[in-house]
Design a protein around this ligand. Structure first.
Ligand code: HEC
Ligand code: HEC
Ligand code: HEC
Ligand code: HEC
Ligand code: HEC
Ligand code: HEC
Ligand code: HEC
Ligand code: HEC
Ligand code: HEC
Ligand code: HEC
Length: 396
């Protein structure tokens, strides 16, 4: 039987019996904490973008609270990490303790004590949830009808908390307004500095939808950009451009933009000018910081990568905003309209083949690295000793 489908009642019942036996045979106070979420089954697979999961424990006996502890299982050197509770919430004398479990790729074991109750989670990071089959049994999804615990609704309701600071009267005119999501997913809303319009207004259902099968809440699956293009219709033009950035071409908008919000402008996970880019293009990291013996191109530390490249798509190779020479002379005005005469005499700047790079035309980047160089003037070699010149003129 798959671990996800195993009936909870069985587990809870056996634990209750064990509790009962222990109470019966010992005079001490006893553990009776139950896992409400993510699952009372011992082994589950969680597929998510973020390496974390919400754990909610139910404790019926107030005296247990003092000794209750959640920790990772000991590793080989005997180390373990105690996980602090986010909060304890009480309803009718029963306590619901919330935690955020940190997950690492692969096997994670958590121990809840006293009693050494174990929870085993296999974490599979996914690039996007939209690649998951929401109906596939191996995917653990909280909003699956067979998983979602009824007790959560004792406290989590449709009512927005008073401190949410939102104009409910205005928001509720929109059919996608979904306040029930807010009480559990508030962090998507309040933690992020830059919120995406529809998320700021809690129009969750403009992208998520009610499931038809086994899943209560789902979303459009397939290519992520289809979700975005529903509203950002003008962005479909990315697809018609000749040179499309890798992840944009595969439709992975959410690899850079969080559909809810994030720490940086345009809901990006790092500053979009450069930090975001070098997060994937690690070899360009040198260009954005000062290091001894390296000459970065001044503009990379000013306007950043996006001074020259579009993060999405353009008509020119490398998603440049202009053909190379036009791009360079738009700032280096002294070379504007110069077809010949730099760096020496009548030296051509274009209109010839680049002897150094097969299949490419001579341009500014034939001699200069646009990002930075170990040599002065961003040159591809040392000007002293004629090293630059000899890369193309091997006659000496
Ligand atoms: C603009 C569309 C859009 C809106 C609006 C939106 N979501 Fe999402 N949401 C997505 C997409 C797309 C994903 C999957 C992201 C991925 O994996 O690529 C997602 C994923 C999630 C996840 C999984 C965790 C994560 O961050 O990947 C949660 C939880 C979630 N949404 C809750 C909400 C809630 C609550 C709201 C309303 C406050 C909301 N969403 C509004 C598009 C949206
Ligand atoms: C006894 C009341 C109560 C019950 C029952 C309860 N919760 Fe909560 N939960 C709360 C309160 C109160 C908050 C804090 C809300 C806020 O910050 O606005 C909270 C916060 C959360 C959060 C956000 C945690 C964070 O990272 O800030 C999640 C997720 C959550 N609950 C999930 C659940 C789930 C899943 C269940 C059912 C298994 C559940 N809760 C049952 C009262 C409860
Ligand atoms: C009772 C609390 C609660 C409420 C209410 C709630 N969620 Fe969730 N949701 C969770 C938890 C817990 C997870 C699992 C991720 C985690 O552990 O943080 C989750 C996961 C998700 C995911 C990821 C896919 C999945 O099913 O695991 C999406 C998408 C999502 N929620 C959207 C929504 C939307 C949209 C609403 C409102 C219609 C909503 N949620 C209401 C607690 C809640
Ligand atoms: C339900 C409609 C809707 C969907 C779907 C949607 N957006 Fe948006 N988006 C908006 C609105 C409204 C704004 C705010 C526009 C404004 O303030 O000018 C916005 C703003 C943005 C911005 C900031 C633009 C700016 O100039 O500040 C980015 C980036 C963005 N969306 C990306 C995405 C991505 C990526 C997706 C798909 C995951 C997506 N959007 C899906 C409605 C939507
Ligand atoms: C490689 C990362 C990356 C990917 C993938 C990406 N974007 Fe962007 N996006 C950016 C950056 C960086 C900016 C800010 C641009 C700037 O500062 O010039 C931006 C800006 C935006 C804006 C606001 C400015 C504008 O041009 O209107 C929108 C809307 C947007 N992106 C939508 C999308 C959509 C839709 C997709 C998927 C088809 C997508 N993005 C994919 C990085 C990305
Ligand atoms: C999420 C990872 C990611 C981020 C962030 C990212 N890129 Fe890329 N980039 C790629 C991938 C994948 C390719 C395609 C690689 C290939 O085809 O070899 C690519 C290709 C490129 C290329 C073309 C390379 C070539 O040889 O044709 C340029 C230029 C580029 N990216 C610039 C940028 C800039 C500028 C930014 C920041 C705005 C950025 N990238 C952010 C993943 C990323
Ligand atoms: C001054 C304009 C300019 C800036 C700023 C700039 N680039 Fe480039 N980039 C270019 C040009 C021009 C090319 C084409 C080089 C060639 O002709 O081979 C290029 C090529 C690339 C390529 C593909 C070839 C290679 O060298 O790997 C990547 C990837 C790239 N840039 C990423 C970045 C990143 C990341 C940043 C920010 C750290 C950045 N660029 C900043 C102009 C620029
Ligand atoms: C958006 C404006 C901009 C663009 C486009 C641009 N540059 Fe620059 N460039 C600068 C700035 C700013 C500096 C730093 C000037 C300084 O330090 O005095 C610089 C410096 C240089 C230097 C070093 C000058 C010195 O005295 O050390 C060279 C060489 C250079 N750029 C070549 C290029 C080439 C080749 C291109 C096209 C691939 C290009 N630039 C595109 C703005 C730009
Ligand atoms: C054939 C190789 C070659 C080509 C092509 C070339 N350069 Fe240069 N460039 C050099 C050399 C060599 C120097 C150093 C000159 C010196 O020592 O005075 C230099 C110096 C520079 C400088 C810094 C000194 C100054 O004049 O301000 C800038 C800026 C510059 N080049 C921009 C460009 C631009 C823009 C292009 C394309 C329009 C270009 N270069 C094409 C070889 C080249
Ligand atoms: C990236 C390759 C490249 C580099 C590096 C290079 N050149 Fe050239 N050079 C060329 C090409 C291509 C021509 C045009 C040849 C033709 O007309 O067929 C040329 C032409 C010349 C000419 C003849 C110009 C005329 O009057 O017609 C001279 C002189 C020259 N280069 C000197 C130099 C010197 C000095 C350096 C070093 C500072 C240098 N080149 C670096 C590619 C390069």
């Amino acid at each position: 039987m798959s671990p996800i489908k195993s009936p909870k009642s069985h587990h809870i019942a056996s634990q209750a019996i064990l509790c009962f036996i222990l109470i019966f045979f010992s005079a001490e106070q006893l553990w009776c904490a139950t896992i409400l979420s993510p699952s009372s089954s011992k082994d589950i697979i969680i597929q998510a973008r973020r390496p974390q999961s919400t754990l909610v424990l139910k404790v019926t006996n107030k005296d247990e609270l003092a000794s209750l502890r959640v920790a990772t299982a000991q590793n080989r050197s005997g180390d373990f990490q105690v996980i602090d509770a986010l909060a304890r919430h009480e309803k009718d004398g029963i306590y619901y303790i919330h935690y955020t479990l940190p997950l690492k790729r692969g096997k994670n074991t958590f121990v809840i004590s006293p009693g050494r109750l174990e929870l085993k989670i296999r974490y599979k990071p996914v690039r996007t949830l939209l690649n998951i089959d929401f109906e596939a049994p191996e995917a653990f999804l909280f909003h699956r009808k067979s998983i979602i615990p009824k007790e959560c609704s004792l406290c989590h309701s449709d009512k927005l908390p008073d401190d949410a600071g939102l104009d409910v009267e205005r928001l509720k005119k929109n059919a996608d307004y979904s306040p029930s999501c807010f009480s559990c997913h508030r962090k998507l809303h309040s933690k992020n500095k830059w919120l995406h319009g529809p998320t700021a207004n809690i129009y969750c259902m403009s992208c998520h939808r009610k499931g038809t099968g086994n899943t209560k809440i789902t979303m459009l699956t397939g290519r992520v950009d289809e979700t975005c293009f529903q509203c950002h219709i003008n962005k479909t033009k990315f697809r018609d451009q000749k040179h499309v950035h890798g992840p944009v071409g595969t439709g992975d908008c959410t690899i850079c933009h969080d559909p809810h919000g994030d720490d940086y402008k345009f809901q990006l996970w790092a500053d979009g000018k450069s930090d975001l880019c070098v997060g994937c293009h690690g070899d360009k990291k040198r260009a954005i910081k000062n290091s001894v013996g390296f000459y970065p191109h001044g503009i990379v530390q000013g306007g950043g990568c996006v001074a020259c490249h579009s993060p999405h798509a353009t008509a020119y190779r490398f998603q440049l905003y202009k053909p190379i020479n036009e791009l360079c002379i738009s700032c280096h005005l002294n070379l504007a309209d110069v077809e010949k005469g730099h760096p020496v005499g009548n030296h051509p700047l274009k209109g010839k083949d680049d002897p150094r790079r097969k299949g490419r035309a001579l341009s500014c980047t034939s001699c200069h690295n646009p990002h930075g160089s170990n040599y002065r003037f961003l040159l591809i070699g040392d000007i002293l000793g004629g090293h630059v010149c000899s890369m193309c003129h091997n006659d000496g």
